[in-house]
Unconditional design. Structure first.
Length: 294
């Protein structure tokens, strides 16, 4: 079983990327735009007017009214992967950027309107995933001493705190809207499953139990639902979330229980890596893909 987290480098896949939204109640899909190159991981801004996605190492805003994309100025941070999170007030964006010196991922912040990056995690590799609702703390997956675990760090940098200690990959930490919990995914039971813990790392509880590999839980702004992406058992190693697979976007109650499949699509890596709920908790933004002919 592969439980190692491969370095996420800037990708250039030969795909057509379709930026979409889906109504989580009806399952109705809405195509916003198509790109003849790779885009990934849309965030929704809190005013509901824009999406933020990454492509070829840069971040872009997508205006939902005009359907136009604009690059965000980020100084030297131009090797960003699909780990980007907006601050609760949307003044800043945090990214995982592969530094020029060693190619390893570190976490940086810079203004969402554009500006110079600030290094937050000097130790690498570190892969960003969550920002606490009070704006004070970042949550991320990091490899330290050969193990991939979940850590937190003050938003302005400082001493990191380790929250998980199990063998194998622990990944995708995101805060609940009330700040009381961190949701994440872990291979500790043999397959990748969704877990939840208190924000201090206590009471780690498995929230999905099925014969699939479930990744990247995202809690809706109203705290009621959790969306995540699912790979079929046997299609992937439990510790891998590759591109170009048949996957599902599922939702479940934040209290646990049964899931609903909202979308079946061709995608995987880049489809739903970040929290892409609309501010009203009614829609999800995501990316589906088609292979381009050679």
């Amino acid at each position: 079983m592969n439980t190692l987290k491969e370095p996420r480098k800037v990708e250039r896949r030969n795909v057509i990327s379709t930026l979409e939204t889906v109504d989580v109640t009806t399952g109705e899909r809405n195509i916003l735009a198509e790109f003849d190159f790779l885009i990934e991981a849309p965030n929704w801004t809190c005013d509901g007017n824009h999406l933020v996605y990454n492509s070829l190492g840069r971040l872009y805003t997508f205006n939902l009214m005009t359907r136009e994309s604009t690059a965000i100025e980020s100084g030297y941070a131009i090797q960003c992967n699909n780990d980007h999170v907006l601050s609760p007030d949307n003044s800043l964006v945090a990214v995982s950027h592969h530094t020029h010196e060693d190619g390893l991922s570190r976490i940086y912040t810079f203004p969402l309107q554009g500006g110079d990056p600030t290094l937050i995690t000097p130790i690498a590799p570190s892969y960003l995933h969550g920002w606490s609702p009070d704006g004070s703390t970042l949550a991320y997956c990091a490899e330290r001493n050969g193990e991939y675990d979940i850590y937190t760090i003050p938003v302005n940098g400082g001493i990191e705190t380790q929250l998980t200690f199990t063998t194998g990959l622990n990944d995708g930490p995101e805060y609940s809207p009330d700040g009381q919990h961190i949701w994440f995914n872990s291979v500790r039971t043999g397959l990748m499953q969704v877990w939840r813990m208190n924000a201090d790392g206590s009471e780690q509880t498995q929230m999905t139990v099925d014969e699939s590999n479930n990744w990247f839980p995202h809690v809706s702004p109203d705290g009621e639902l959790v969306a995540y992406i699912t790979y079929r058992k046997g299609d992937v190693a439990p510790g891998d979330h590759p591109a170009n697979k048949d996957v599902e976007i599922r939702v479940m109650s934040s209290t646990g229980g049964c899931y609903r499949t909202v979308v079946e699509l061709f995608g995987g890596q880049g489809t739903l890596n970040v929290n892409s709920w609309s501010p009203d908790s009614r829609h999800l933004a995501f990316v589906s893909y088609r292979m381009q002919s050679s």
